[in-house]
Write a protein that binds this ligand. Structure first.
Ligand SMILES: [Zn+2]
Ligand SMILES: [Zn+2]
Ligand SMILES: [Zn+2]
Ligand SMILES: [Zn+2]
Length: 298
């Protein structure tokens, strides 16, 4: 996979040196901004792979479904069975995303306005919460606003065993490792429908993890190994892709040099508070980047 490179610190320093003199060097703003944009796009792409279980082809970026659905493996953030849909806007949700969205942007549970942050969290409608009480509420409420449409959604029930099993059985294209015929996951085994091959599911899964998983792009026929892809994506992998997603969304809406500077600055300030995240974007070590961001903020 050809990932966009990280942005060079020297360019960022130059940008701020000019900005401090009141100069927006638009050529440089475009240069840095679009480099950040490309990198952020790649970071978001990698994060999607671990959410959706579909891998972009390194040649043409067509999304390829993995043969082993990684979402069933809790080690890779198994969430498949916990998806539900907002009854208002029909978007696919995870309960933890509903919670996270309120941690990022606290909203009133009643009128859903964005809360003002002072010592307490205060709403225009008159309600207030202490930060601790608000956190507690996020954890315990069974109805929270949908992150997309803000209508209240109900916490889904945990998936029943029956549903889990049904979804596993319906998971596509399980192949017999011996004869490549259709195999089934049943009674805790993988069982081939053709040759009678049978093995404990857990052992089968373990053996797959060790073995190479070959992927073929249905569009351009390029073949590659999941393990190699994953390795190439490791420097872009983060549990917190939100700053990258935000930047991608907002950068393309910037119309003036000032707006461009603000978006770049917003991203860098976000990175400033999150040490290990910064080296995903900027071409240097955590310590050096912190030093630079300290300098820029002073
Ligand atoms: Zn919704
Ligand atoms: Zn309110
Ligand atoms: Zn077989
Ligand atoms: Zn392809």
């Amino acid at each position: 996979m050809n990932w966009a490179p990280r942005v060079k610190p020297i360019k960022i320093r130059r940008l701020y040196r000019y900005a401090r003199l009141g100069i927006y060097d638009d050529l440089l703003l475009h240069d840095v901004g679009w480099e950040l944009y490309e990198r952020c796009t790649d970071i978001a792409t990698v994060a999607d792979v671990y959410r959706e279980g579909r891998v972009p082809c390194p040649k043409c970026r067509t999304k390829i479904t993995r043969r082993i659905d990684p979402l069933f493996s809790s080690g890779e953030g198994g969430t498949h069975e916990n998806w539900f849909h907002c009854s208002h806007c029909a978007k696919r949700l995870l309960w933890r995303d509903c919670r996270q969205s309120l941690r990022n942007t606290p909203r009133c549970f009643d009128c859903r306005s964005v809360l003002q942050k002072a010592d307490d969290l205060a709403c225009v409608c008159g309600k207030t919460w202490s930060p601790a009480a608000y956190k507690q509420s996020i954890r315990t409420r069974v109805r929270l606003p949908c992150p997309h449409c803000l209508n209240l959604v109900r916490r889904p029930d945990p998936p029943s065993m029956e549903r889990t099993v049904r979804m596993r059985k319906s998971s596509p294209a399980l192949q017999c490792p011996k004869c490549q015929a259709v195999a089934l996951h049943q009674h805790g085994n993988i069982e081939c429908t053709a040759c009678g091959y049978k093995r404990r599911w857990r052992d089968y899964r373990k053996s797959l993890k060790k073995k190479d998983e070959k992927l073929e792009c249905p569009n351009c026929k390029y073949t590659f190994r999941w393990q190699a892809w994953r390795k190439s994506a490791r420097p872009l992998r983060t549990g917190n892709p939100r700053p990258a997603r935000e930047f991608v969304k907002k950068w393309i809406r910037c119309r003036t040099p000032r707006q461009r500077m603000i978006q770049i600055d917003t991203l860098l300030q976000t990175l400033h508070g999150r040490g290990p995240l910064a080296p995903l974007f900027i071409d240097s070590g955590e310590h050096n980047i912190r030093q630079m961001l300290d300098d820029l903020a002073s």
